[in-house]
Design a protein. Sequence first.
Length: 456
Amino acid sequence: MKYKSTRGQTEELSFMDAILTGQAPDGGLFLPTELPDFSDKLESWRGLSYTELAFEIMSVFANDIPENDLKEIIEKAYSSFRHEDIAPLAPVGKNLILELFHGPTLAFKDIALQFLGRVFDYILEKRDLNLNILAATSGDTGSAAIYGLKDSERVQVFVMHPHNRTSRIQALQMCTVNQNNIHNIAVEGSFDDCQAMMKDIFNQLDFKKQYDLGAVNSVNWGRLLAQTVYYFYAYFQATENNQETLSFSVPTGNFGDIFAGYLASKMGLPIKKLYLATNENDVLCRAFDTGLYKKGTVHHSVSPSMDIQLASNFERYLFYSCGQDSTKLRELMGEFKANGELHYDLSCELIEAKRCDTDMTLATIKKYSDDSNYVLDPHTATGVYVADLLAPEERIVCLATAHSGKFPESIKLACGEALGNHPILDALSEKDMKYQVADAHTETIKSIIVKTLEDA
């Protein structure tokens, strides 16, 4: 299996090389040169454990890692999860909630980043290399990356987050990990500022090479690969045979989580619909409704991990929408860079998008707490609201992207009290926080990286 850039101007790479490279040197994102069709394997995969299923899927894409080594990587990655099913389904009302929050940081990002962390460890040890990770986060990616890499002897981790714009718990999870290889940077700006600086630095190829920079954001193919697994796993838990179709509702910010479902469908999983749920930051909803992808102003909401105006993985979807025409893709991304918008017909029978604003989010949390005694986090609530709106009579798998305890302020707003707390989160202490504040300028971030590595 080889990997190509969406922009078509980078040589094809192996899985391990694509993982280490992160963002392609031409500014594009890596995708497999071809996607396998798993249709004829679905029946034999029923009944597999999560880790067994992960191996069956991942081994096709990571075929430059020996099978026994890959099995060990997968087992290590998910040994830290608190539920034996890794990603269990919980019946709540008419829907099924896919609980993706049983990892170390109680967020769905753990499923990908525990795997990616072990893959990094494996490759770096095999090749006797060191790597410096630069990440941008709206909240959950940062802590998941930190917990996935904090014990890695060959990795330094630099995480940029928007200062005072994550939830208190998200900031505590990131900034209380007191490991010498973890460096938190609180940026005076938005998540989009953080992500833009990260991409800018990755595009400075000489700097990237000199300081051995790598990525754990969903620009890294390894993230998406790991996320496709739970779509297959949920399908097998929710259906009795492969003639059934199943719909998923997905809270969406950076488009990675729902794009993994799109990939699963292209690989033969019988998905009927993917419902894309946004909050007030509805750039993706507007893009699918009107064909206009246009950056707006970030609105700060009760679901902060979705407070995003520029979705990294949108480029991957656009690439497939263009018929994998890299020339056309480059034209569209050039249009967006020049004008701050692009026009393209994104209509897709598989994906339907709707917006859920703060009032709707809080009302949904309250309703499910009262009616089903189940506390939704504010991101999951957007997906549940959209599922109930667009498919009121249908059983939908709604992706639960975080434990409700990570957002006590939002839960209190909805329910009058902070229900659904978690003891791991309750034990976090502000007195142990360690981070540095920086302005939203690329050169500032570069200087922090250089100084930190020189002092290490």
